[in-house]
Write a protein that binds this ligand. Structure first.
Ligand code: NZQ
Ligand code: ZN
Length: 388
């Protein structure tokens, strides 16, 4: 197992009817900015409920944080934070609203051009660049990204999606009430299962380092998602199933699976370009890229793919090749069973578009991806060719 630091200060408030806890964890004298998306939380009455719990605190609202939150939108909220002396942010939404709020919190005390914050990638922004941020909490409405319990964000700017990481971007608390997610459209529920699944595989399907606990946590999350996936899509108000979906998604990317083990974020990095170029939902891009990537990288990942085949899919018989083939096929079929498409061509994107994707990967410095930094642009091209 590799050396690691594990730090996660986010308080999780899980279960039915937990909104009241906001009153406990937002300072009584706070001036609060509630951030949300394009209207689902307003329409469902959630924003009004949150405001009622905030009681006499001074409250402002900032709506319109779009899926794949855009820099240009977020800087408008930064202006409000500064002009109204906001000292607590409350994000009510999915990964996009939470990520956007993380950027707002980091940019609010930053004196320079906040586009600077987009250049650090998966490395944390150094403390001498940002020393302080506005504290924030979240009310999660979409189980997928794990953003509610991690310190990362993904921000869209021009034709790119940029990772932003900072220890100052952990939420102080997150309310995880599965009933709040009942209003989600089926495609978003499916996206959420796929996102959580792929976060887990990207910290598991690499090479063995004898991280026994990490492996078994990963396998537990993957098996849970396989068990509940179809039902959480088909039965939106099945509380017990949705509760397991929510907690799996949070655990998949709160640092616990990836501590001390190799990580391969290539599926995400290639997927981000597909979202930026063609507007395909984040979760859908992962369903397209992961099976193709596993096929291309089967030799490098052989030992863990076999472990995955045996322990997650219970494939006991056949040669090593057959086990790996079947595990990849089952992965693809699982995504399809949720209603997701797993080929680029099903989104109208043909092989002729691959050069543009490669160009963008190059422009964003994505030239040495994977757990061993050996996915060059040529290999990304092979993956994309498989994904068509
Ligand atoms: O904008 P509203 O009206 O809220 O509608 C949203 C949006 O259209 C809707 N929605 C959310 N909760 C709902 C709801 N509709 C009805 N009922 C509810 N309860 O769902 C749509 C998608 O929302 P979004 O927040 O974009 O989805 P998701 O949570 O999948 O977030 C995706 C974003 O997270 C980033 C992705 O790149 C993408 O930008 N990621 C963030 C990560 C992180 N911070 O750790 C890791 C991930 O890998 C991911 O990259
Ligand atoms: Zn993701």
């Amino acid at each position: 197992m590799f050396n690691f630091d594990f730090y996660n200060p986010t308080r999780i408030v899980f279960g039915k009817d937990r909104l009241e806890s906001i009153d406990k964890y937002v300072p009584v004298d706070a001036t609060v900015l509630i951030t949300y998306g394009s209207g689902s939380a307003k329409k469902s009455g959630l924003i009004d409920k949150v405001k009622a719990v905030l009681g006499n605190r001074k409250v402002y609202e900032f709506s319109g944080i779009e899926p794949n939150p855009c820099y240009e939108t977020l800087v408008k909220a930064v202006e409000i934070v500064r002009s109204e002396n906001i000292n607590f942010l409350l994000a009510v939404g999915g990964g996009s609203v939470i990520d956007g709020t993380k950027f707002i919190t980091l940019a609010s005390y930053y004196k320079g051009d906040s586009r600077d914050l987009l250049k650090y990638g998966l490395a944390p922004i150094p403390f001498d660049v940002i020393e302080k941020a506005v504290p924030f909490g979240t009310v999660l409405t979409l189980p997928a990204t794990g953003s509610e319990m991690n310190s990362g964000a993904v921000i869209s700017y021009e034709h790119g999606k940029y990772a932003v990481m900072s220890e100052l971007a952990f939420p102080t608390f997150s309310i995880l009430d599965p009933t709040i997610t009942f209003t989600l459209p089926k495609t978003q529920v499916a996206n959420g299962v796929i996102d959580a699944f792929v976060h887990t595989t990207e910290q598991y399907l690499t090479f063995p380092v004898d991280g026994k606990v990490q492996d078994r946590i990963a396998e537990g999350i993957l098996q849970t998602l396989i068990e509940i996936g179809e039902t959480t899509v088909a039965e939106p108000e099945n509380y017990d199933v949705r509760a397991n979906h929510v907690w799996s998604a949070t655990l998949a990317l709160n640092g616990i699976v990836g501590a001390g083990v190799p990580q391969d974020w290539a599926t995400h990095m290639i997927g981000h370009e597909l979202t930026a170029l063609f507007g395909i939902d984040h979760g859908q891009t992962l369903a397209i890229v992961l099976p193709a990537l596993l096929e291309v990288r089967r030799e490098q990942k052989r030992a863990k793919l076999l472990q995955y085949a045996e322990r997650v899919w219970h494939i006991e018989s056949g040669s090593e090749e057959e086990k790996v083939d079947l595990a990849i096929q089952k992965t693809r079929e699982f995504f399809e069973s949720l209603g997701a498409k797993t080929h680029l061509s099903q989104y109208g994107v043909g092989a002729d578009k691959i050069p543009v994707v490669i160009e963008q990967l190059k422009a964003h410095g994505m030239i040495a991806l994977s757990e061993t930094q050996d996915i060059t642009l040529d290999i990304s091209q092979k993956i994309l060719e498989r994904a068509v």
